[in-house]
Write a protein of this length. Structure first.
Ligand SMILES: [Zn+2]
Length: 203
């Protein structure tokens, strides 16, 4: 089952995060443009995430709250965003390529929450005492994200170009991860085996 994305814009969130220099009508325009753009590729993206991760989608819908670009928070995924459904709070950038690859990254986190990614069989993410390593969770997301971008848009697309600019210059979470991602892209060939097969014990 491939879930449907439920895009939502809440007035209170818009007011909360709209920066003072930004006009509401510009945010409306950007968010509409992004939603229209993503609706066209949504099914392919979600299918491709499952294909490379090997983690199965299990819920029918993904709630997504669209908010303006702001400096207070990063785009993020919550395991229970709305009524038990994992979902995404997604910032909308003027740069649609950036918005797209960040959203794909967040959707890989949703895929983790909808599946058995967080099972204790995942010895890549959990140590022997069952403590989870958030940086390794990020690596899993990033490797799948790059594969999905290449699958959908080909090698060296504008999306991948901006992805690396973002990783090298703009990403503030997980410092230095931009150097680790290429190492794991070589280590895990997701066209050969799924991420799940690489990281889950007895998968
Ligand atoms: Zn992440």
């Amino acid at each position: 089952m491939i879930p449907k994305i439920n895009y939502q814009i809440h007035e209170i969130l818009t007011d909360l995060f709209l920066p003072p220099f930004k006009k509401k009508k510009d945010f409306d325009k950007e968010s509409k443009k992004f939603i229209q753009h993503f609706k066209k590729i949504e099914k392919e993206v979600l299918t491709s995430i499952e294909k490379f991760s090997g983690f199965r989608w299990s819920k029918r819908t993904i709630p997504v709250y669209i908010i303006p670009q702001n400096k207070s928070i990063t785009s993020l995924t919550k395991s229970n965003l709305n009524k038990g459904f994992p979902g995404v709070v997604q910032k909308v950038y003027e740069n649609i390529e950036r918005c797209t690859h960040i959203f794909i990254h967040e959707l890989t986190h949703v895929n983790q929450f909808q599946s058995d990614f967080y099972s204790k069989k995942n010895l890549f993410v959990f140590n022997k005492r069952g403590v989870k390593n958030t940086r390794k969770i990020e690596l899993c997301s990033d490797v799948v994200c790059v594969q999905v971008i290449r699958d959908l848009f080909g090698n060296k697309s504008i999306y991948e170009k901006d992805y690396w600019i973002f990783q090298n210059k703009i990403r503030t979470s997980s410092p230095g991860i931009e150097k680790e991602i290429p190492i794991y892209l070589k280590k895990w060939d997701l066209n050969e085996k799924t991420l799940r097969e690489y990281i889950l014990k007895s998968a």
